[in-house]
Design a protein around this ligand. Structure first.
Ligand code: CP3
Length: 367
């Protein structure tokens, strides 16, 4: 049944703003925690919804996207919700077909292969027209959350989306899309700019619709060399942060950059991009991240190994949480996994993780 979407104003008062304070490096009584992909197949209630609807149907139906966004919020004491959607809605808005194939993941049946294929892209994109369903889902969810915690909006970063658009799906090497960067620099710039323009319009629209933070997912950072990252991606990430903030003015919100396997990019992300928070994966040592960044005014997010969510040894879990809190410290820190949660995660362990972060960080913050 179609639901009425209330106006994107008069939102319920926030009862928990810990993540907003941590993103701004303000003092917090305890560390906020959420999980990348917290709405997903490890939850029986998600699998139940998913058994009835196709993946992108859920994304495109605000009442369904809202429902699955709220599912983990009902079970756990999470400090943020993240709107249910996918990074691949941007390639769809640019005119590429994307289907979610059972057991395989996303597939783009007609990927970009030659520079001349760029003429197929539908630019400029009217994000309200193509992606208005995401904005409506955000507005509805922000109302329905009733102030329980802030709502996060998101988008894929330009290089990660370019890689999907050229590979036609997931890839381990990203050899085709990387070859573009070497062989077709002008066409690569054109494609990355087209994506960047949509990402900026999309983030601004999500924030106007009610998103209280936004995260940019650079899931394929690790396949770039530092030089390719610096030349092609860094200027676009910086433009996304600056333009989004400039267009919103007073209404700007904290921005998180997550660069999977982006060891080499830590300083560039923290110092040269203008994001408020940098999210790191489990291959980075928390204290080493802090040491490398010195007094750089950036908050950090991360980085527990998601595999631990499938383990049942509570002492081990507590030790890992303790180690993470020690390394990152409790100021300017948002606790999360180092990447999205896996489908074999145990809901009980997820609950134990969230409670451990709260309990252990409360005593550390008080000390
Ligand atoms: O975090 C959340 O709970 C919000 C929802 C969300 C999804 N995808 C839902 C989803 C978010 C933030 C994403 C981001 C996303 N999507 C990324 C960046 C994060 C990352 O993992 O690096 C990427 C690379 C994608 C593209 C994508 N979507 C892949 C590779 C897959 C298949 C792999 C998988 O986990 O199944 C998806 C599918 C997808 N996106 C699912 C969900 C819940 C599972 C699909 C299903 O239900 O059939």
């Amino acid at each position: 049944a179609a639901v009425q979407i209330p106006p994107a104003s008069n939102f319920p008062a926030l009862k928990n703003d810990l993540i907003l304070r941590a993103a701004r490096r303000q003092p917090v009584p305890r560390v906020p925690v959420w999980l990348m992909r917290q709405a997903g197949r490890y939850l029986p209630e998600f699998r139940q919804t998913r058994s009835k609807y196709d993946f992108f149907t859920i994304c495109r139906t605000p009442s369904l996207a809202c429902e699955v966004t709220l599912q983990p919020m009902r079970r756990f004491n999470l400090d943020a919700a993240i709107i249910f959607s996918d990074i691949l809605v941007v390639p769809q808005a640019l005119g590429l077909e994307v289907v979610m194939v059972e057991g395989k993941g996303p597939v783009l049946p007609n990927p970009i292969s030659e520079p001349s294929d760029l003429d197929r892209l539908r630019t400029p994109v009217d994000v309200e027209k193509e992606l208005g369903y995401v904005m409506r889902a955000i507005t509805l969810t922000r109302h329905r959350l009733d102030g329980q915690a802030p709502l996060i909006g998101f988008a894929g970063a330009p290089w990660t989306l370019m890689a999907y658009m050229i590979e036609g799906g997931s890839s381990t090497t990203h050899a085709k899309s990387k070859r573009w960067l070497y062989a077709h620099p002008a066409a690569s710039n054109r494609l990355l700019d087209a994506i960047t323009d949509v990402v900026i319009d999309f983030l601004v629209a999500q924030i106007r619709a009610g998103a209280q933070l936004v995260q940019l997912f650079e899931s394929h950072c690790g396949s770039l060399t530092p030089e390719l990252f610096r030349r092609y991606e860094l200027p676009r990430l910086a433009r996304i942060a600056a333009e989004t903030r400039r267009r919103l003015g007073e209404a700007a919100v904290p921005m998180i950059a997550f660069a999977k396997d982006g060891h080499f990019a830590l300083e560039m992300l923290a110092k040269d991009c203008g994001f408020d928070v940098v999210s790191v994966d489990w291959t980075m040592e928390p204290a080493e991240c802090r040491r490398r960044l010195g007094d750089c005014p950036v908050a950090l997010q991360g980085n527990l190994d998601p595999v631990l969510m499938a383990c049942t040894d509570r002492d081990q879990l507590n030790q890992e949480v303790h180690r993470m809190l020690q390394g990152f410290g409790t100021r300017g820190y948002i606790c999360n996994l180092g990447h999205g949660i896996y489908p074999d995660a145990q809901p009980d362990t997820v609950g134990a993780f969230i409670d451990a972060v709260h309990r252990l960080s409360e005593s550390a913050a008080a000390a």
